[in-house]
Ligand binder design. Structure first.
Ligand code: GLC
Length: 704
């Protein structure tokens, strides 16, 4: 035992010798890193540095076939080359190809080629990454301020570097098991009856369901931590009624606090100086859903504790999960912006014959939201240190997540509470998950969702997912089916859409049988997905991996972006194009194709390493089992509370003895490290025939 720990320790030491820390100026402690690393006395390695106008610019000359991974929630594909990315948490609902910033700021990249090296730019404000856009072979990193830390990580390959990085930033947030069930959301569920109807229609159609989301309309006038008495007259009773049907309600919490006399949050925040301030000492005002709001100063410990404590009333009502929103922070307008716009319009020459002037007018009005100027006009009190918001912009949402997570430790220390946020910065991955914000019902956003998952995992966000079916625009039946065909693999599997768009609950789009089948597949996969998810969290590993991480010497696998390894046994190749009857798939080794028509109706085909065209109808989901790996499936159920894991069907592709260790726990408490939490499945020779045995459960074998 002693030598085991000594070995582990040596391994740990070795890893941390491969991480070097370079400090510039006097950076704000972002909280991203948890492992202590000594500041390096060596000159910066790999990057050349240039000082320009008080700012530093770092360059790295890329080889032609270097791949650049990382950046978490960013635009583009798995390989980030060829674009500019601005790491600056941004409310960006119009996610077209040209957009440089989304909701999260995840400044970790890995260069993978002849040389493998990772860089983490730990900086609370904006950082620009020009990855071969200005000059195709040049990577250029530009922090917007002089105070930041760079971590340089060397490793055996990209995957090794990611794992070291994950150790550096600490264990990812662990969600409860019920949060792996299918979840239904839509901005516009107005009252109890509408929610009852949503649940009833899922149950009647036999479509499994675990949660329904409460968007802003559950509140009284969009005031945080209030519940409209008119629309939810007995909230705890209603929460309980839903729970009896296996349904959890998940309310939204927005960052902004409505300015309204007599409203407790507003009165307390003002009285105890817990809101962000302008330079004249008055509370900063921004318009969001409730109208004029103040922003809690999440950078301040007292404000975090205060805001966090408010979740208690909802938890006391039986709530077990939350989504934190609008925390970039998003601002629709400020009073200053409105005043400037009014002045501009007043003096605008509407008789001008210059079309350019009209575009200017349009831009002026469109530009009222999330203005850089407004982000530069308010301040945080970071426990005594006054900091202008833009200097710590990327931490705001992350610290809101932290406020909630820290409070949950006090309110319900032994229970896992579901929590995910829209804005994030590395470090918040320890407190909660994320969803990827306001996407659209576009095929390209399904593609983006597929390619983004491994990048999110690299940065520690394991409990994550996108709005399935797309948030904005009108979804088609085919798009939702295909999106669910991928969504059944993502930890957060939530169908969410915006008010005013076409209804996209599964029962709204005809032939519910198909939706029932597809979601049932998820429920039979949950034990495997949850197991692989838990192992990824507990071992600082990834659930979704690029093929290249498993097959590093396969040059073709390095180029594949829309097929992913999910845990240790399977590879997926989702269909993400309209009117497709199938797709090309690259197999880096021989694999078993399993096409699910429902959880129990499947077809199988052993396929050789190489390129293939596979077919899968809109109501079918293909996946591939790796050689000498097995996939355990349980019987499907209507919700996770009714999941039966006393019996499994094992699908295996082997002619040898193999083993799989499944992680299983009660899904709600925090006893992660108990040896009781492992179930082993073995395929072994019993009297000359391969059979399946398990340490705890009954198994049936389907062997190929
Ligand atoms: C934001 C969120 C979205 C939510 C809406 C209303 O746009 O991203 O998910 O439905 O606000 O609360």
């Amino acid at each position: 035992m002693k030598s085991f720990f000594a070995e582990k320790y040596k391994e740990h030491e070795r890893r941390f010798n491969m991480i070097k820390k370079f400090v510039y100026g006097s950076p704000i402690d972002t909280g991203a890193v948890v492992m202590p690393v000594e500041q390096s006395q060596d000159p910066l390695q790999y990057l050349s540095e240039i000082e320009m106008n008080d700012k530093m610019i770092f360059n790295y000359a890329m080889e032609n076939d270097d791949i650049v991974y990382g950046l978490g929630e960013a635009n583009g594909g798995l390989n980030k080359r060829g674009a500019v990315y601005r790491s600056f948490c941004t409310d960006e609902p119009n996610q077209t190809e040209d957009k440089a910033s989304f909701y999260g700021a995840h400044n970790f990249i890995v260069i993978s080629g002849m040389i493998n090296v990772g860089f983490f730019i730990d900086c609370a404000s904006e950082v620009k990454f020009d990855i071969g856009y200005t000059a195709s072979g040049m990577l250029n990193i530009e922090p917007s301020c002089p105070d930041f830390t760079i971590y340089v990580i060397e490793g055996k390959g990209a995957y090794d570097i990611v794992k070291q990085f994950r150790e550096l930033i600490g264990r990812s947030y662990i969600a409860p098991l019920w949060a792996f069930g299918y979840q239904q959301s839509r901005w516009s569920y107005m009252n109890e009856d509408e929610i009852r109807e949503v649940v009833k229609k899922h149950r009647e159609a036999g479509i499994p369901l675990d949660a329904v989301y409460l968007d802003i309309d559950y509140m009284e006038d969009y005031k945080d931590f209030t519940v409209s008495e008119e629309r939810f007259p007995d909230f705890p009773g209603f929460v309980n009624e839903m729970k009896e049907q296996g349904i959890r309600l998940v309310p939204i919490i927005d960052a902004g606090v409505k300015i309204e006399d007599g409203y407790e949050m507003y009165e307390e925040g003002r009285q105890y100086q817990l809101f962000c301030k302008k330079s004249d000492g008055t509370d900063f005002v921004a318009g969001v859903w409730p109208g004029k709001t103040h922003f809690p100063d999440f950078m301040n410990t007292g404000a975090r504790m205060w805001f966090g404590s408010k979740y208690k009333s909802l938890i006391d009502s039986g709530i077990e999960g939350f989504w934190n929103d609008m925390n970039e922070p998003a601002m629709f307008y400020t009073e200053e912006g409105i005043a400037e716009a009014k002045e501009y319009v007043r003096s605008f020459d509407f008789d001008t014959n210059d079309p350019g002037k009209f575009f200017e007018l349009k831009d002026k009005l469109m530009g009222l939201s999330n203005r850089q100027k407004d982000y530069e006009s308010f301040y945080h009190n970071m426990d005594g240190r006054i900091v202008r918001h833009d200097q710590v912009h990327n931490l705001y949402g992350a610290y809101m997540t932290r406020a909630a997570a820290d409070a949950f430790e006090q309110i319900a220390p032994d229970k896992r509470i579901l929590l995910f946020s829209r804005a994030s910065y590395i470090g918040s991955h320890r407190s909660g998950g994320i969803w990827t914000g306001d996407n659209q019902s576009w095929w390209s956003h399904l593609t983006m969702n597929i390619k983004m998952m491994p990048s999110l995992n690299m940065c520690g966000y394991i409990y994550s997912g996108a709005d399935l079916g797309g948030f904005g625009c009108n979804c088609t039946r085919e798009l939702l089916m295909r999106w669910l065909g991928f969504g059944i693999f993502t930890p957060l599997m939530r169908n969410h859409s915006a008010i005013g768009t076409r209804r996209q609950e599964c029962y709204s789009l005809g032939n519910t049988e198909d939706f029932r089948s597809i979601i049932s597949i998820r429920y039979s996969l949950i034990p495997y997905l949850y197991s692989e998810y838990m192992k990824a969290c507990l071992n600082n590993d990834m659930l979704f991996k690029p093929l290249a991480f498993e097959y590093p010497s396969d040059n073709f696998a390095r180029t594949v972006e829309d097929q992913l390894m999910v845990g240790e046994s399977i590879m997926i190749a989702p269909i993400h194009e309209a009117n497709a009857i199938g797709r090309y798939v690259y197999l880096p080794e021989d694999m078993l194709l399993v096409v699910f028509k429902s959880s129990s109706v499947r077809r199988y085909q052993i396929m050789k390493k190489g390129m293939h065209y596979i077919t899968a109808a809109v109501n079918e989901v293909p996946l591939f089992i790796r050689r000498n790996k097995l996939l355990p499936l349980c019987r499907t159920s209507e919700c996770t509370d009714k999941m039966d894991t006393s019996m499994f069907e094992i699908i295996a592709f082997t002619d040898d003895n193999i083993e799989y260790t499944m992680y299983e726990d009660d899904g709600i408490s925090k006893n992660y490290d108990s040896p009781e939490n492992y179930v082993s499945f073995e395929i072994k020779d019993v009297d000359g025939v391969l059979g399946a045995v398990s340490s705890k459960t009954i198994v049936k074998l389907s062997l190929f």
